[in-house]
Design a protein around this ligand. Structure first.
Ligand SMILES: *Cc1c(COP(=O)(O)O)cnc(C)c1O
Length: 497
């Protein structure tokens, strides 16, 4: 049955391929499926399938205007030897939890899970809709999306990609990964500002009518690779289903047994995918939403008020340093009874005063979620304790999730439910912080970035990922830096407008 996508802010509705192509609705809203489809294979059947096969079974239910052939081709092009394991998303058991390792792709962070398929979905969608303009991907990144999007779109015909990142708000490895990106169609720009500035700037460019006209005249149209694109969200549902059916097939779960899912959260995309998985019929108990010191979501789940008016804290989990979690809008729309007017009003308040409050009726529908946060030292302590107890090393983002999971167990007494923790980045992406957490001696500035990489490989006894080896000696190819209000000029200059 066909599923259409509606804007969270109006009655506009489009096909799946159009939603992927547009990224964001013209009214500023996000596209949401008009209903959540139910899995049409049993969990046992899915348990005998490969990652790619599960991906097809999940994605076909959402992307209903893609043919079987088209979708299978996109999946085959995405989940191949770019990943360093055939399993694509393996799990590691440590200290009583299952770490779902979503970092085995090209850029060693979970964004690869969706961004290795998005370019294929997008060019397929463009061909289906007879789009005659070149697609310009405009992306704001807190560090990981940027590189994963660059790697996904590099040299994909009919596309260009421009990535904005906060010049002083990403890790040295993240920055090096981006500024060494190859591909004639790639552009990388540091901005003087934080991630929210970059994201707000990109949203403004998307809704700039004058720019849209100039772009059209030049043969270009914008699209988005940010997690607001439904083509990012749908592939992220897959690994929750895959993880569950693997555990079931291995006998770690009884039939129908529920699991908890803990997600280190920033833009609310990853955890929303888990929520969709639950709504598709996957047996999930709690969705544990873990924040770092930018704990706007924790406050929201506790009080029902979303308030971005606070100090922006730079942490060692930079991909979660976010005060406006864009994907939350999709949940708001849902708990508002799929009411676009109510949603638009709340989002207008967020754009204006920087805050909004949901009604008690809406708040009552958030029972699937548990929110908490971990301070910098709590995350560090978790990295150290896990390493000392088990030898397993997790990155700073995953550490926030693991620390919050401990708090959840403490607060609720739920210590027995099998729990999957989304492990969103390889520790090699954040070597300095990870090693510092394990031993303060690594805090010394005399340790070079790559010396730390070698040290981590030694103490954790794991191979250095290819993604890191590659950038060790790669030349810097991008050095543009601009002010927050200079983003439009930079885009026009790249496109020759
Ligand atoms: C993007 C990212 C997150 C946050 O994911 P959201 O979908 O934005 O909530 C967490 N950890 C890492 C390593 C990331 O790259």
């Amino acid at each position: 049955m066909e599923i259409l996508y509606r804007s969270t802010r109006s009655n506009a509705s489009v096909s799946a391929s159009q939603a992927i192509l547009k990224g964001l609705s013209e009214d500023g809203g996000l596209f949401v499926p008009e209903r959540i489809p139910q899995l049409d294979k049993t969990l046992e059947e899915l348990g005998s399938m490969t990652y790619g096969e599960v991906a097809y079974e999940v994605m076909k239910l959402f992307l209903t205007d893609f043919t079987e052939e088209e979708l299978k081709k996109c999946i085959a092009n995405a989940y191949d030897s770019k990943f360093d394991t055939e399993v694509i998303a393996p799990m590691a058991e440590a200290d009583g939890a299952y770490y779902l390792e979503l970092f085995h792709g090209k850029t060693i962070a979970f964004k690869d899970m969706a961004l290795s398929i998005l370019p294929h979905l997008m060019i397929t969608a463009a061909a289906k809709n007879k789009a005659d303009k070149e697609i310009v991907i405009l992306t704001a990144t807190s560090g990981d999306t940027g590189k994963a999007a660059l790697a996904g779109f590099a040299d994909v015909p009919g596309t260009k990609i421009i990535v904005f990142y906060p010049k002083n708000g990403v890790s040295p490895i993240q920055e090096k990964q981006m500024v060494t990106q190859k591909g004639a169609n790639t552009h990388v720009v540091g901005i003087h500002g934080n991630f929210d500035d970059a994201q707000t700037g990109v949203k403004k460019l998307f809704s700039d009518k004058e720019l849209e006209k100039e772009m059209a005249a030049g043969g270009y149209q914008f699209s988005s690779a940010n997690s607001i694109n439904i083509g990012r969200l749908v592939p992220q549902i897959v690994y929750y289903v895959y993880a569950y059916v693997q555990l079931l097939a291995e006998g770690k779960l009884a039939k129908g047994e529920k699991i908890n899912v803990t997600v280190p959260t920033g833009n609310f995309g990853n955890i929303l995918a888990a929520f969709y998985a639950k709504n598709m019929g996957l047996p999930i108990n709690k969705l544990i939403c873990a924040s770092n010191e930018n704990k706007v979501l924790y406050d929201f789940f506790s009080t029902g008020e979303y308030d971005r008016n606070r100090e922006f804290v730079l942490t060692s989990s930079p991909s979660m340093d976010i005060l406006i979690s864009s994907n939350l809008e999709r949940l708001i729309y849902r708990i508002a009874g799929n009411d676009p007017e109510k949603t638009a009003d709340l989002m207008k308040a967020l754009g204006g005063d920087g805050k909004y409050e949901i009604t008690p009726e809406m708040k009552a529908q958030l029972g699937d979620f548990y929110g908490n946060y971990a301070k910098e030292e709590e995350g560090f302590a978790k990295i150290r304790a896990l390493y000392e107890d088990t030898g397993y090393v997790i990155d700073t983002h995953t550490a926030v999730a693991a620390a919050v999971y401990d708090k959840y167990k403490e607060a609720t007494g739920d210590k027995d439910t099998v729990t999957v923790i989304a492990s969103t980045a390889s520790p090699f992406k954040f070597t300095r912080s990870v090693l510092q957490a394990i031993d303060p001696k690594y805090a010394d500035a005399s340790w070079g970035d790559f010396e730390l990489v070698d040290e981590l490989a030694r103490i954790a006894n794991v191979e250095i990922p290819a993604a890191i080896e590659e950038i060790r000696t790669a030349p810097v190819l991008h050095d543009t830096v601009c002010e927050k209000d200079g983003m439009k000029d930079v885009v026009k200059s790249f496109l020759g407008l």
